[in-house]
Design a protein around this ligand. Sequence first.
Ligand code: SF4
Ligand code: SF4
Length: 314
Amino acid sequence: MRQVKLGLWGAEVSEVCFGSLAISPLQGRVTEAEGVSVLRYALDQGINWIDTAEIYDNYGQIAQAIKDHPDVRVVSKSYSVSAEDMSFSLEKARTALNRDTLDFFLLHEQESALTLKGHEKAWEELLRAKEKGIVRWIGISTHAVAGVRAGALLPGLDVIHPILNYQGLGIIDGTLSDMQDAISFASDLGIGIYAMKVFGGGHLANNPEKALAFTRSVPGVQGIALGMSSREEVDYNLLLMAGKEVPQALQEKVKHRKRKLYIADWCQGCGLCLEACPQGALSIEDTVSVVNAEACVLCGYCGRVCPHFCLKIV
Ligand code: SF4
Ligand code: SF4
């Protein structure tokens, strides 16, 4: 598999990063054991890094899969605000992943310079952790153009994980062209870029060739995180990435079922899910939560905050 270098001073990794949200309990597509099996299979095919986050709640799954793969790199992220929060997040990841040194750790979903200012203490702790050798590369993930631009100017930042797809789906504060410009700006500063949501949370899955080709063609993008929850999806994506023909039988197997966010009718209208949605896709209407399916990227982040377990991706 093609190897890429993330930015000027980043790691050498496979072009495809395994997006583990797809096998995590947040998305509920597979059991924990099935997820481990898919992940192991992907590693055997040459994918050598994994994207996760503290909120995906799947460190245990990853730890099992990487047990015999000490060279596989793991990216995690947290929403930490204070230095103490970040220190806790780093220790949690080191313990649960069974790794003394973390490869990558990011501040999760930073929207702008203002958001980063609010997380300043956590960032400083991340810088200290990097100095001490607790983590090798640090950065941010973001759904925002302003997040990419602000992150690029953070001293010590190595990598940015932005949302990017050919329709600009999920970008919360600008156009696709704005995002491309911001990525180019960050890349010119030597920062490594690996894109997320290249299939727009499933909305662009009917034309995967176009989705992959577009993201790979954006100057400054070195890697792509792809969420996969079956061996067939791994095979399918890797054939596409290699520019090879996908056999008809395999195409049939991975035909993307249209997924959606299901909101149970016992919703209490408390509004907690609205605050958790990075896309602003939820609103309260007639005292219950409703989703704008066009805006929803099926990340599953809302489900974890609902006290009544109303939200599920089906
Ligand atoms: S509604 Fe839920 S699943 Fe959809 S984008 Fe928002 S947080 Fe993610
Ligand atoms: S968090 Fe749950 S109960 Fe509250 S509004 Fe959202 S879906 Fe309804």
